[in-house]
Design a protein around this ligand. Structure first.
Ligand code: 5GP
Length: 155
């Protein structure tokens, strides 16, 4: 065996170990959704996945097997609730014939939450899509806004 072959034999496991050591854990990747995007199923895990998994707290107002509704951390109206599917769907652009029932369910949750929170005078729903639409969390969500008269058009 030549000296070069001996060097290769000894150094490859070392490099492999360094590369393995430098891999961040999946938990760490998922805790930094703005920097790292980890695929779970079809979509990207975001801060909303952590709320679903109870890894971070949220003021949850409704939950069933397929959806969760919680108050927005930065409310734009007296009532500002986000309604999300438990399935990770990044945005409206990922709604297909296969998963469109999710949207029907989310809107039925909107109606239930609006009744539960006594938005008897009416309310507004908003779905931001993509950067120009103002979407900041890549997990589809319906904003439910109410509790005051809302102006139009939005900014
Ligand atoms: P988007 O801008 O994507 O349409 O809406 C994302 C919404 O999520 C924003 O209104 C923002 O205030 C809200 N949000 C972001 N992070 C959190 C969080 O950790 N907890 C809660 N409750 N709302 C959040």
């Amino acid at each position: 065996m030549t000296r070069g072959e001996v060097f290769l034999l000894l150094s490859v496991p070392c490099f492999a170990e360094v590369i393995w050591y430098r891999q961040p854990s999946v938990a760490k990747l998922r805790s930094s959704p703005g920097i790292w995007h980890v695929r779970k199923g079809d979509a990207v895990a975001t801060i909303f996945t952590k709320i679903i998994d109870r890894e971070i707290p949220a003021d949850i107002v409704y939950e069933d097997d397929h959806a969760l509704a919680f108050r927005d951390i930065n409310p734009q109206a007296p009532v500002h609730v986000l309604i999300i599917p438990k399935q990770e769907i990044a945005s409206l652009n990922e709604i297909t014939a296969e998963n469109q029932a999710v949207m029907a369910h989310l809107f039925s949750v909107v109606r239930q939450v609006a009744a539960q929170l006594e938005l008897t005078g009416g309310y507004r729903t908003v779905i931001n899509c993509g950067a120009d639409g103002g979407q900041t969390v890549d997990h589809i969500h319906i904003h439910l806004l109410g509790g005051r008269e809302l102006s139009w058009p939005p900014g």
